[in-house]
Design a protein around this ligand. Structure first.
Ligand SMILES: Cc1cc2nc3c(=O)[nH]c(=O)nc-3n(C[C@H](O)[C@H](O)[C@H](O)COP(=O)(O)OP(=O)(O)OC[C@H]3O[C@@H](n4cnc5c(N)ncnc54)[C@H](O)[C@@H]3O)c2cc1C
Length: 368
């Protein structure tokens, strides 16, 4: 075999796995269709290190979010990756919503997130005098991270222990052969190349269902776009924590919320819109009223003119429109063939825990 392990996709998931698996006894390749790493979903998200509050207890999303958060902060501190534990408030504006945040507190506790607490209006005004809310769930362990610095770290860490990355090369076919797989690729000049690998880890994000289909495994991803509007920098500093309303039903999205980047710039979003399978990242400026109305309820200091169309990302959802919660799929579907499908939020937070889980699955196969 030309390779021991081939990882398809150099997003935060593929790179975290490469960093976890790389060692001198393994011959690992990362194949990326783009010209550089981290230009897919991983470059278009909120960069939030989630605490693990929302996800159904017992789900992989809950488990890996909680484990991943701890591992992520440890890595950030150890390797000087820019991050900040900002804390987060999930706010209630009505009595009905207060009931919902109480339920969230229960879910958080069941998920092992012990640091969250309910706070009243008086405490909210001390912490964030510029927001409007009657009660809130306070999560001190939520934060933000520079996802590009994190991915750079994972890649360097993998390369320093022998992993190799091949850019501008798309996987277009996979065939099972004795002892492994034959992979067909095409580079950006249109040249074809095939090689053999003992194991495959499919971390192809928005295309992970297509990769799975190459070996006859059926998954259907729905593309769900999330658009962001930024708030004019003159308002920077008026809020210092992330602020979320109570989440949407069925875990589709988290509602129009306020996130911060590491410079303190405020952003609203992402919203949730199911789209056709096209990677269209345009932001619909006509959504400004909708974002304004969603945000002004808890950010009374903003004006419509403060809100500017910003960026968007696309979630790879197994959950179709109107359907219920779907968990991450991380599964060995064929011998030595691991599919990671539906790795939407909290995929960034969960990445280091997912990487450890994949390593464990490989160990069970007899890999060192
Ligand atoms: C709007 C939005 C906001 C989010 N916010 C957060 C957040 O705040 N916190 C959080 O924890 N998570 C968040 N997430 C989720 C998180 O961003 C993702 O779970 C994570 O980035 C997924 O990484 P990935 O490596 O699976 O995918 P990607 O980063 O897309 O990487 C997959 C790679 O595979 C490559 N590829 C695809 N097909 C092929 C092929 N045939 N051959 C070779 N290469 C291929 C692609 O080019 C790509 O580089 C958010 C997601 C979205 C969309």
């Amino acid at each position: 075999m030309d390779a021991d392990i081939t990882i398809i996709g150099a997003g935060v998931i593929g790179l975290a796995i490469a960093a976890e698996l790389a060692d001198s006894r393994n011959n690992i390749y990362i194949i990326e269709k783009d010209v550089s790493h981290g230009r897919g979903i991983s470059s278009r998200n909120s960069e939030v290190v989630h605490a693990g509050i929302y996800y159904p207890p017992g789900s992989l999303k809950a488990k890996f979010c909680v484990e991943g958060r701890e591992l992520l902060y440890e890595t950030c501190i150890k390797y000087h990756i820019p991050h900040k534990k900002t804390g987060k408030l999930i706010i209630a504006a009505t009595k009905n919503e207060t009931g919902k945040i109480e339920q969230l507190l229960q879910t958080a506790r069941q998920n092992g997130v012990s640091s969250v607490s309910l706070i009243d209006q008086c405490r909210i005004s001390e912490m964030e005098p510029n927001i409007r809310a009657t009660a809130a769930l306070y999560s001190p362990d939520t934060g933000i991270v520079s996802v590009h610095s994190l991915m750079d770290y994972y890649l360097q860490s993998a390369k320093s222990r022998g992993a190799e990355i091949v850019y501008g090369t798309e996987v277009v076919g996979i065939e099972q052969v004795p002892q492994g797989y034959k992979m067909s690729t095409v580079n950006q000049e249109g040249e074809s190349f095939t090689f053999t690998t003992e194991k495959i880890i499919n971390a192809a994000g928005l295309h992970s269902d297509m990769i799975a289909r190459m070996v006859g495994k059926e998954y259907l991803l729905h593309y769900c776009k999330g658009e962001y509007f930024s708030i004019d920098n003159v308002k920077s500093g008026m809020v210092t924590r992330l602020v979320y309303p109570v989440p949407e039903e069925n875990h589709v999205g988290l509602g129009v919320h306020l996130t911060l980047d590491l410079t303190g710039r405020m952003k609203l979003g992402p919203d949730t819109t199911y789209i056709q399978r096209v990677e269209d990242y345009r932001v619909d400026a006509s959504k400004r009223d909708q974002f304004y109305e969603g945000a002004v309820k808890f950010l009374p200091f903003i004006h419509k003119e403060d809100i500017i169309p910003d960026m968007s990302g696309i979630r790879p959802k197994l959950q179709g429109p109107g359907e219920g919660f779907r968990d991450f799929v991380i599964r060995e579907d064929l011998p030595g063939f691991f599919n990671l499908v539906g790795i939407e939020s909290p995929g960034l937070t969960a990445a280091p825990a997912i990487a450890k889980y994949v390593k464990k699955m490989l160990k069970n196969l007899g890999e060192n």
